[in-house]
Design a protein around this ligand. Structure first.
Ligand SMILES: CC(C)(COP(=O)(O)OP(=O)(O)OC[C@H]1O[C@@H](n2cnc3c(N)ncnc32)[C@H](O)[C@@H]1OP(=O)(O)O)[C@@H](O)C(=O)NCCC(=O)NCCS
Length: 182
């Protein structure tokens, strides 16, 4: 991977910028919401220390070149409404994973689709990736729809891959190749 340098990406309605300490409260607000966490790989946060640790891990990933997490900000109001990350960079194979979450009051307005498009463009153009992978719960229909809208293809199914909310949860694997995108 090229050396990671702070960058701001803009779309019609959104600004995506690297998250840092100023985002601890906003980050906590997103991941402490049980509606947001329902199909996440861990249960809702209950202590702001979890957000502090999450941001610290994000900043460590900038430093060691293993990932970036963009805060998704509404340009009109400056409100932080969620995040999208490109992480687990695997340099030899030019691939990484993608993750994303939006505060639930902002769902259904096309923001995730808009944010993913510009983050993926950054991954393919600036980071020279060839492949981006996503792993979602098959019950997370909205998430699957967002991935398909931006060009991901369903590639696999892994039963009982996670144990969360007191039950095993399955994974649907999605992949996006640079040549699908181009
Ligand atoms: C997944 C998530 C990011 C989507 O954000 P969003 O801004 O609402 O997404 P968009 O508005 O860009 O697109 C959502 C699409 O899914 C569709 N959708 C949403 N819920 C749906 C459902 N239950 N059934 C069918 N379609 C659904 C919407 O209609 C829309 O498709 P359309 O444009 O064709 O109408 C958001 O719901 C979220 O943060 N969820 C919690 C965190 C999470 O699960 N992240 C992904 C984990 S891998």
């Amino acid at each position: 991977m090229p050396e990671l340098k702070p960058v701001t990406l803009t779309t019609e309605r959104l600004e995506l910028r690297w998250m840092d300490e100023r985002d601890i409260e906003g980050h906590y607000a997103v991941f402490s919401d049980p509606v947001v966490a329902r199909y996440w790989s861990s249960e809702p946060w209950t202590d702001i220390e979890q957000a502090r640790q999450g941001i610290a891990a994000t900043m460590a990933a900038y430093a060691d070149g293993s990932g970036v997490r963009f805060g998704i900000v509404l340009r009109e109001s400056g409100e932080l409404i969620g995040n999208v990350s490109l992480h687990h960079f695997f340099e030899q194979n030019r691939r990484c994973d993608i993750g994303y979450a939006l505060a639930s009051k902002h769902w259904g307005q096309g923001y995730a689709t808009e944010a993913l498009r510009v983050a993926i463009r950054y991954g393919f153009d600036a980071l020279n990736l060839n492949r981006i992978e996503a792993d979602i719960d098959p019950r997370n229909v909205g998430s699957g729809r967002v991935l398909e809208k931006v060009g991901f293809r369903k590639e696999g199914y892994m039963p009982e891959r996670w144990f969360v909310f007191g039950e095993f949860a399955d994974t649907v694997n999605y992949g996006l190749l640079r040549r699908y995108w181009d």
